[in-house]
Design a protein around this ligand. Structure first.
Ligand SMILES: Nc1nc2c(ncn2[C@@H]2O[C@H](COP(=O)(O)OP(=O)(O)OP(=O)(O)O)[C@@H](O)[C@H]2O)c(=O)[nH]1
Length: 167
């Protein structure tokens, strides 16, 4: 019973209760991928050593599978967002929704949402944060949400946005 309540609590807070999905986290070194994974898995902040070798970490809650590809010390920054988005339309991620989390907004000098959108080339290109009608949507859903995993802020809204594109 406790386990079911825990499953329900975490998935409902992310809008993922009754959804089946594979959610993959990709990010630069030090972005907070492991911290987010630990927050989802254990519900708290845990320190971990910076990743020195490419690896991945995976766990499931209910029918939702979370995987973080931690490129760490071997990160190749040419694998940027543009590459991931496969703008040539050639790849299997063609219509997969992208949630971009701008983490660490608790830090004074953190980039603003507008700055992040600008530097990612996403100004005026994102889907919108409201409840779109997913069945009307023919393009890849993509949106930016700013967050602080340390303060437990922002990423829940991002996941709930994402959840509307997951069956
Ligand atoms: N201030 C602040 N620090 C954070 C936040 N999220 C993570 N961190 C810190 O950022 C550092 C890197 O976090 P990780 O989760 O290890 O980052 P990662 O993306 O897994 O990094 P690699 O292992 O290098 O790929 C750690 O010291 C975290 O405590 C946040 O929201 N705010």
């Amino acid at each position: 019973m406790f386990l079911v309540d825990w499953f329900y609590g975490i998935l409902a807070s992310l809008g993922l209760w009754n959804k089946a999905a594979k959610i993959c986290f990709l990010g630069l070194d030090n972005a907070g991928k492991t911290t987010l994974l630990n927050m989802l898995r254990y519900g708290d902040l845990r320190q971990s050593e910076p990743t020195q070798q490419p690896n991945s970490d995976e766990f499931s809650i209910g029918s939702v599978n979370f995987t973080a590809f931690d490129l760490g010390g071997a990160s190749d920054r040419s694998q940027n967002l543009e590459g991931l988005l496969c703008q040539g339309g050639c790849c299997s991620l063609h219509k997969v929704p992208f949630l971009i989390l701008g983490n660490k907004i608790d830090i004074d000098y953190a980039a603003s949402e507008d700055e992040l959108r600008y530097h990612l080339g996403l100004t005026n290109f994102t889907t919108g944060k409201g409840n779109e009608n997913p069945s009307d949507y023919n393009a890849r859903p993509i949106e930016v949400f700013m967050c602080s995993i340390a303060r437990k802020m922002g990423y829940g809204e991002g996941f709930r946005w994402l959840s509307q594109y997951i069956e």
